[in-house]
Design a binder for this molecule. Structure first.
Ligand SMILES: Cc1cc2nc3c(=O)[nH]c(=O)nc-3n(C[C@H](O)[C@H](O)[C@H](O)COP(=O)(O)OP(=O)(O)OC[C@H]3O[C@@H](n4cnc5c(N)ncnc54)[C@H](O)[C@@H]3O)c2cc1C
Length: 387
């Protein structure tokens, strides 16, 4: 692996791994995940103290301006402990900062990016609606109507994660319905979920419970003009790089989960005994472990290959889409084997295997489900669009 990284990236990884062990160890992540909507502000603030919200922010706005490979390393190292709770970093620093950095006005960048760097601002994502997330544009019913000085927003979003603690929702809305194709006429806003007319209804989930996720209803919510991101009606073209970034983040998350599974499994195999010897001496258990390591190796190769291509300016739409499928399926299968290795203790809320499994399981259908990702891969190779 080392040969794929620069000395600076290796140094960043080693420093971050030691920092994670001290500041956001697995037991802190496990504890923070337990209760619905009990957002771990203390972990978010520790990331700020460590300077880790700055990674994706361009240097001229106080950030580190890190390359994709470094961002992938960060996603991996944080996820080894946080697993799906990585979104305490991801939604603001990865989706938010990247989108504002790419499409914000100078004023928006000067206002918002330094706050993200310091950990003074939280952004979440509001794309999915009750009608569905896969056909995100077909299901899009939320509208924004132009009025003097701003826009009036009406609609409902589903699964708006951490909306209760966020300063802004990166909100996808329809601003023009007289269009021939559904990806035209959509816009992105940075809307405060604390604005008048916004109601949040908590949803109960199987994993990532501490983050809290919500149905968000918007009734005549006024959003000022300076919170429109990019050009009106053209958000789809802006979204594509954001979605690619999100999939890249997910590669790192799955890789981090695979790291967590592998190290916990090895430690347990060496310490647990049956029939007078460590369970790691049984061939069947060794095969489970070998399968975990092989899955991680494949994921590592594809993830770093993709990040390096992105750093070289190569379009990685195909790689992140294929990688998303491979990495999420490997992470789920590995966590499942991890539970098998742990036996009853793998099912216990006092260990992380069940948490890794629950969080990895989400990634098979979110942010894009693996069936849809496969559709896109097949279409890329000349087959007719199947949806
Ligand atoms: C805990 C959690 C947190 C989330 N956080 C956020 C968030 O912060 N912001 C946000 O915007 N969204 C969020 N989401 C939503 C998530 O992105 C969606 O769940 C995801 O996009 C899938 O959409 P859906 O659940 O509506 O499934 P659907 O789109 O209804 O799909 C249902 C099934 O149909 C299949 N299917 C649909 N279309 C096709 C097709 N063309 N070909 C083959 N199969 C197809 C799918 O594979 C799937 O199996 C979150 C979801 C969860 C559960």
């Amino acid at each position: 692996m080392e040969w794929m990284l620069t000395p600076a990236q290796i140094e960043f990884r080693d420093r971050l791994r030691a920092w994670v062990n001290e500041n956001i160890p697995k037991d802190a992540a496990r504890e923070a995940e337990r209760v619905d909507g009990n957002y771990p502000h203390h972990l978010f603030d520790r990331l700020a103290e460590g300077g880790y919200h700055a990674t994706a922010v361009p240097k001229e706005y106080g950030g580190a301006g890190a390359d994709y490979t470094t961002q992938l390393i960060q996603s991996r190292e944080l996820s080894r402990s946080l697993a799906g709770m990585i979104w305490i970093w991801g939604s603001t620093s990865f989706a938010g900062a990247n989108s504002i950095g790419l499409y914000g006005t100078d004023e928006q960048k000067r206002d918002l990016l330094p706050k993200i760097t310091k950990g003074d601002l939280k952004v979440t994502i509001g794309f999915t609606e009750p009608g569905g997330g896969t056909d995100v544009l077909g299901a899009l019913k939320t509208t924004a109507r132009k009025v003097d000085g701003g826009w009036i927003i009406n609609g409902v979003k589903k699964w708006c994660t951490s909306a209760h603690v966020s300063d802004y929702v990166l909100l996808l809305v329809r601003t023009n319905d007289k269009v021939e194709r559904k990806h035209h006429g959509v816009s992105l806003f940075l809307m405060s979920p604390k604005a008048k007319g916004v109601t949040l209804k908590p949803l109960t989930t199987m994993g990532m419970r501490g983050l809290g996720t919500f149905e968000m209803t918007m009734e005549d919510v006024f959003v000022p003009d300076d919170r429109l991101l990019g050009e009106p009606d053209k958000a789809w073209y802006m979204l594509l790089p954001t979605l690619t970034n999100e999939r890249m983040l997910l590669l790192g998350t799955c890789l981090g989960i695979l790291d967590g599974v592998a190290e916990d499994a090895l430690a347990y195999m060496k310490s647990r005994e049956a029939f007078g010897k460590q369970i790691g001496a049984f061939q069947a258990v060794q095969h489970h472990y070998a399968n975990i390591i092989m899955a991680r190796h494949q994921t590592e190769l594809l993830a770093f290959d993709t990040a390096r291509k992105a750093d070289a300016g190569i379009d990685t739409f195909l790689e992140v889409t294929m990688g998303k499928v491979i990495a999420s399926e490997h992470a789920v299968n590995a966590a499942d084997l991890g539970i098998q290795i742990f036996g009853g203790m793998g099912y216990s809320a006092d260990n992380d295997m069940q948490r890794y499994w629950r969080d990895a399981r989400l990634m098979r259908f979110s942010p894009i489900n693996n069936e849809m990702a496969r559709n896109l891969v097949a279409e890329h190779f000349g087959l007719p669009r199947s949806f």
